[in-house]
Design a protein around this ligand. Structure first.
Ligand code: CMP
Length: 142
């Protein structure tokens, strides 16, 4: 079924025009995924804490919030059949170093730096996608 998902191009990608252009080109080349909305976002500490509330207390929580507030990043709504799964397949495993061995063609394998600075996000379910799209695009009628 046609569906939508929320993608993030995290601050390290958004800060680098060459990387950003390469990433957008690879999304454009995907046979079914399309970007239907995009915006630049600059988070406060409170925004990061709210979006990543489920990770509160984990050892990487503070560095995750620091990373995501380090500069502007891009929020995307991606649409297409099986968009949630296809976007997660395109970005690849959470851990970029492992991704380079197992799935070197994925975006995290190509651009990700560390377990925290993994350059991309994708919603993991229909419920999460709806919640995350509302978080970043509250002005859209869903
Ligand atoms: P994301 O998919 O945006 O959702 C949670 C984020 O936490 C994840 O990307 C990484 O940036 C970070 N993260 C997840 N697991 C780890 C880990 N084991 N060590 C450090 N950072 C992590």
């Amino acid at each position: 079924a046609l569906c939508r998902t929320l993608g993030l191009l995290k601050p390290d990608i958004t800060a680098n025009p060459v990387f950003l252009r390469q990433v957008l080109a690879q999304i454009h080349d995907h046979p079914t995924l399309g970007i239907v909305h995009q915006k630049a976002v600059q988070w406060s500490a409170q925004d990061a804490q709210s979006f990543y509330a489920e990770h509160r207390g984990k050892f990487f929580y503070q560095r995750l919030c620091d990373y995501m507030t380090s500069g502007p990043f891009m929020a995307l709504i991606l649409e297409g059949p099986e968009a949630i799964r296809n976007w997660r397949n395109l970005i690849g495993p959470t851990h970029p170093i492992r991704a380079r061995l197992s799935q070197p063609h994925t975006l995290r394998a190509q651009f990700g730096l560390t377990d925290t600075r993994n350059s991309f996000h994708g919603s993991d379910s229909i419920d999460t996608a709806l919640r995350e799209i509302k978080f970043f695009f509250p002005e859209l009628q869903l």
